[in-house]
Design a protein around this ligand. Structure first.
Ligand SMILES: [Zn+2]
Length: 209
């Protein structure tokens, strides 16, 4: 298990460098997690306040199903740990990734009144799990931001159940969450969704005017 945890840490460190190079996790924003075990549930998750482009093994902790770190003397887990745990439970995800990009921030604000943003007709949609054609219509739900994680998690769980096909969602003026069966699936989803948000945002599609 220690070897496996070391490898998971290396994978999250690499994801952090990759997203930082795009400017999607500036100023210690964002957080990443990977499932270590499902029964009982244990996650590897980034520490609160860690710069994602400069992560070291010490910045990645192991938490239980309640978000409590197994080692209590080290850094604290991300403030958004509860959201990661609930996404893993709701979607059976093996990895959950959260970014704070310019385009997720802008598009989530412009489309907030509609409760989400519809993205359709783009070839890049085929990078989303199970999508085989550009004719797919992806609905990215938008939740209002909230510093009360218990309340935000409850609204998110409700939204995930109402939108079983969603591959990702936005939090208004905050950022984007996506997930995957594996970390590489989740990394691909971040790249695809960030690309699509930028395309929609720059293009001024009807949904974002
Ligand atoms: Zn955040």
């Amino acid at each position: 298990m220690p070897e496996q945890f070391a490898d998971l840490r290396r994978q999250l460190i690499e994801a952090g460098r990759r997203f930082d190079a795009h400017g999607w996790v500036l100023g210690t924003s964002g957080n990443f997690s990977l499932v270590i075990d499902r029964n009982p549930l244990r996650l590897a998750i980034t520490a609160s306040g860690a710069a994602k482009g400069d992560l070291s093994a010490d910045h990645i902790l192991e938490v239980d199903a309640d978000g409590i770190p197994l080692v209590t003397t080290g850094p604290r887990p991300s403030a958004e740990t509860r959201l990661h745990l609930e996404i893993v439970k709701a979607r059976g995800a093996g990895a959950v990734l959260h970014t704070h990009s310019i385009w997720s921030t802008l598009v989530s604000d412009r489309c907030a009144a509609a409760g989400g943003v519809a993205i359709e007709g783009y070839e890049m949609l085929k990078g989303l799990h199970g999508v085989a054609t550009h004719e797919h219509r992806e609905w990215l739900p938008i939740l209002d931001n909230d510093q009360d994680m218990r309340r935000l998690a409850a609204r998110m769980v409700e939204m995930l159940s109402a939108r079983p096909d969603a591959h990702a969602f936005l939090i208004r003026r905050h950022g984007m969450y996506t997930w995957g069966r594996t970390l590489s699936d989740a990394v691909r989803h971040v790249e695809i969704v960030e690309f699509l948000l930028e395309a929609v945002g720059r293009g001024g599609s009807p949904g974002v005017r």
